[in-house]
Design a protein around this ligand. Sequence first.
Ligand SMILES: C[S@@+](CC[C@H](N)C(=O)[O-])C[C@H]1O[C@@H](n2cnc3c(N)ncnc32)[C@H](O)[C@@H]1O
Length: 338
Amino acid sequence: MELALYCPDCGYYEKEKDNLGRQGDFYTSVSVGSVFGELLATRLADWLDELDQKTGLNSPVDLVEAGAHHGQLALDILLWFREFRPDLLQRLKYTIFEPSRSRKAIQVRRLASFAENTAWCDRLAPESIRGVIFSNELLDSMPITRLQWHAGERQWREMGVALRRDEFVWSSLESPVSLPFETPGELLTVLPEGFIVEFSSVATDWWQGAARALHSGWLMTLDYGFESQYLLDPSRPNGTLRTYHHHRVGDNHLAAPGDQDLTAHVNFAEIIRAGERSGLVTDYFDRQAAFLGTIAQGLMIKPATFPPWTLPRLRQLRTLLHPENLGESFRVLVQRRS
Ligand SMILES: C[S@@+](CC[C@H](N)C(=O)[O-])C[C@H]1O[C@@H](n2cnc3c(N)ncnc32)[C@H](O)[C@@H]1O
């Protein structure tokens, strides 16, 4: 997964071609339109105000976005700040956490008009951030480990990738391994032979690193996924790893490496635990529809801080909230260090 998505020469996410939105392979909330970024911006501004009230300081504040892809979410957020909160923008540093040089070049171009507010980094120093670290659809695109249940031996084995007659194929490794999250014993008695589950220690490590970087403020992610017990649902025997190409979902994971997206559900229970182990408190965990719906409702009573709800913008909101689009399957997790 790591090479297929992130190889500097041929990785899917390293290519200049835009793989999001109508012309690409899949939609994200960002590709729906600017309303998503604007709604988030109002919540980010509320949090930054709250931080000011607590510390009594009018000092510099941070927004750190990870996995900014083409920089569009950053642009939507910064444009809202320019229009509605120029006072905060004046002392706001918007840092993009971006390990890929080609992605950074694309983001720098898109955010040229905010050169004074923007910065890039590929690591976050401990306790360096006073503000909010956030990401949208980052954790689901991180490398995963796939495990398969061998019911007869009551063992999990890791699935590796082998080359057979010029084709990549999944191949079970010999040594048994343990699941890195708690599993009720009764569940194992009903899991069918060959049941597959994924986990991403890269995602949990990333979250812990981000938690450590937070001096004070919030860590937030929006992504699709659920808790461990749903990952072990016997009615979903093939795991959640899937491919996206031209808006078609597929399960031929090893075909066309670098030309299709690969993604797996986030195990939020593990992410929540990782944050709490690093001293964060969980503030919020719910569906995207509930999170954005509450923000939108609040704006109905203070419309002066938001662009007008024209028909196309209401349509965007509907797509973001509707259970059959992005509202139900996406989750929002917010943790905080006071
Ligand atoms: C699915 S895209 C994100 C979509 C984008 N946030 C949006 O909402 O449209 C995943 C992005 O995460 C970036 N990425 C991958 N690993 C990362 C890491 N360890 N830290 C930060 N960004 C990473 C990739 O370069 C890619 O741009």
